[in-house]
Design a protein around this ligand. Structure first.
Ligand SMILES: *[C@@H]1O[C@H](CO)[C@@H](O)[C@H](O)[C@H]1NC(C)=O
Ligand SMILES: *[C@@H]1O[C@H](CO)[C@@H](O)[C@H](O)[C@H]1NC(C)=O
Ligand SMILES: *[C@@H]1O[C@H](CO)[C@@H](O)[C@H](O)[C@H]1NC(C)=O
Length: 491
């Protein structure tokens, strides 16, 4: 054990800090990186790795944020074989699913918070999410109309019994806040795509005549209200198109079970059968006729399955994901929402929350998910705005008063994936032998023919491991306590 550690520690070839973080400590057990007009760290990462070298990026609870080390393979090749050693075996010929993308949700609240910053800071923050020197997000989820993360409860047609949707119109939240940011995201990343999700239908289409609570659409799929609800989506997509933004896709409904349970915020109760029949009878045909989506596959109604993280259990939920994949291998799986709740200022710099993100992303990918979508891109220090007082945390917390924002450890957890797994990266099979508890691993080959390993250690101790099938020879490495690591090699 000791010998392995020495091998790993001594032979650092080149080290640098990828992220020039301005650290600040709050209540959390780690730190945030502070961004203001004067200073903000970037994720300007040189991604090419010379043959014969391994690039290693580390973030940990105590000190580092994507600190980079480059080591020659020869220097960390395994010098001895220990029977009980923790070993990761990667099989580069065992090709699995391809990455669709990573991103976050542009809620009304996020867009309103971002707009409290100066123009320069808006660009800096958006660059930090979508730009080359940021997380390189290529996905955004956009609530269709209002969600809880809005300053008010509304739909895009609140005129009673407006059966021709004559009064349908985009809100100020769309035109002044969300649209300009969507266009900016597309400028920052040409691969950027957005998908819409509605929280509630207009109250007048619903059995309980309210945006929240327990209510579904009046009557049944194929009938007038279900048709209207499909038409509402088409109107929405076309209204954005008129303003110069084309959506890539839609999900059928945000958390339909939330509506069945009785929700404090905007929701729509729909059973699986109602959704199936509505898509078949109403939404699918309406979208196909309107041709208002960017993805020709979406026109054939359904191309994927979206899921949220809220009732996850490790490992059973991930096994469920894998069994869904086994039953429906032609449909992609995508995590379309994940986020922590609570008053954001109380969790600034919380490392455990970053670990929660990293584990969910990694285990999702290991079980056939093709990407991951964070919840609201930015909250204020209270965790709002939120008309239903459903305060939440976020990767970025904005302090409008001081014109600064804080990048939580979650931001860097995302970076370990988003920076290194471009669209089209393919997961490759791997297995672990003698793995200690609380260590997670995944492996990918990118379209640029690099192999990427991502490793999580939530133990308070160093963990040594041997890796086979990554470099040409077995290599040994040591994970820092409470850390995320990304390792890159050219094939
Ligand atoms: C690697 O994966 C390929 C393709 O699935 C398989 O044929 C081969 O047996 C695997 N190799 C090992 C050592 O498991
Ligand atoms: C936000 O800025 C104000 C004004 O500078 C300051 O008093 C407050 O402590 C800041 N909040 C946080 C969470 O840093
Ligand atoms: C992939 O390689 C091309 C050509 O060398 C380069 O322009 C591009 O930036 C690379 N992409 C990534 C994600 O590294």
């Amino acid at each position: 054990m000791m010998l392995l550690k020495l091998v790993a520690i001594l032979l650092v070839f080149e080290a640098s800090s990828a992220s020039d973080c301005v650290k600040r400590t709050y209540a959390g057990d780690s730190f945030v990186c502070v961004c203001n007009a004067a200073k903000c760290d970037t994720l300007n990462i040189e991604k090419t790795v010379q043959p014969g070298y391994i690039a290693i990026y580390d973030s940990d609870q105590k000190t580092s944020r994507l600190d980079k080390t480059v080591v020659p393979v020869d220097e960390i090749k395994s010098r001895l074989y220990l029977n009980n050693e923790f070993t990761l075996n990667v099989n580069a010929s065992d090709l699995k699913q391809k990455i669709l993308g990573f991103g976050g949700t542009l809620t009304d609240g996020a867009a309103i918070n971002i707009a409290t910053l100066s123009d320069d800071l808006v660009k800096q923050l958006m660059n930090g999410y979508f730009g080359e020197n940021g997380l390189e997000y290529n996905i955004a989820r956009v609530p269709v109309g209002g969600s809880d993360s809005s300053v008010r409860a509304y739909s895009l047609d609140d005129t009673e019994l407006d059966f021709d949707l004559e009064h349908f119109s985009l809100a100020d939240e769309d035109i002044k806040y969300k649209l300009p940011l969507l266009k900016l995201a597309l400028q920052l990343n040409p691969k950027f795509r957005a998908f819409g999700s509605a929280w509630s239908a207009p109250a007048w289409m619903k059995t309980n005549h309210a945006l929240n609570g327990n209510g579904g659409l009046i009557w049944k799929p194929g009938d007038v209200y279900y048709k209207l609800w499909a038409k509402y989506y088409v109107k929405y997509l076309n209204a954005y198109l008129d303003k110069g933004f084309k959506f890539w896709g839609l999900t059928t409904e945000n958390e339909p079970a939330e509506g069945i349970g009785g929700s404090i915020f905007n929701a729509l109760a729909l059973t699986p059968e109602q959704i199936r029949d509505w898509v078949k009878l109403d939404l699918g045909p309406a979208l196909k006729a309107a041709a208002c989506l960017d993805d020709p596959e979406a026109a054939s109604y359904v191309s994927g399955i979206a899921y949220h993280w809220y009732s996850r259990n490790y490992p059973s939920s991930y096994q469920t994901l894998a069994s869904i994949h086994d039953r429906y291998p032609d449909y992609f799986l995508l995590s379309s929402e994940a986020g922590w709740t609570g008053v954001a200022s109380k969790y600034l710099g919380d490392w455990g929350r970053a670990e929660g993100y990293a584990i969910d992303i990694l285990e999702g990918l290991q079980h056939w998910s093709t990407g991951w979508t964070d919840w609201t891109l930015a909250v204020d220090t209270a965790g709002g705005p939120n008309w239903a007082k459903n305060w939440v945390d976020s990767t970025i917390v904005i302090n409008a008063t001081s014109q600064e924002y804080y990048k939580n450890p979650m931001y860097y957890a995302m970076a370990h994936f988003t920076k290194f797994l471009p669209i089209g990266s393919t997961r490759v099979g791997s297995n672990v032998v003698n793995a200690p508890a609380n260590v997670h691993t995944t492996s990918f080959i990118t379209p640029n023919n690099t192999m990427v390993l991502i490793l999580i250690n939530t133990n308070n101790d160093h963990i040594d491991l041997t890796i086979n099938g990554f470099a040409k020879v077995p290599v040994v490495t040591t994970l820092k306590p409470r850390s995320f690591r990304t390792m890159v090699i050219s094939l």
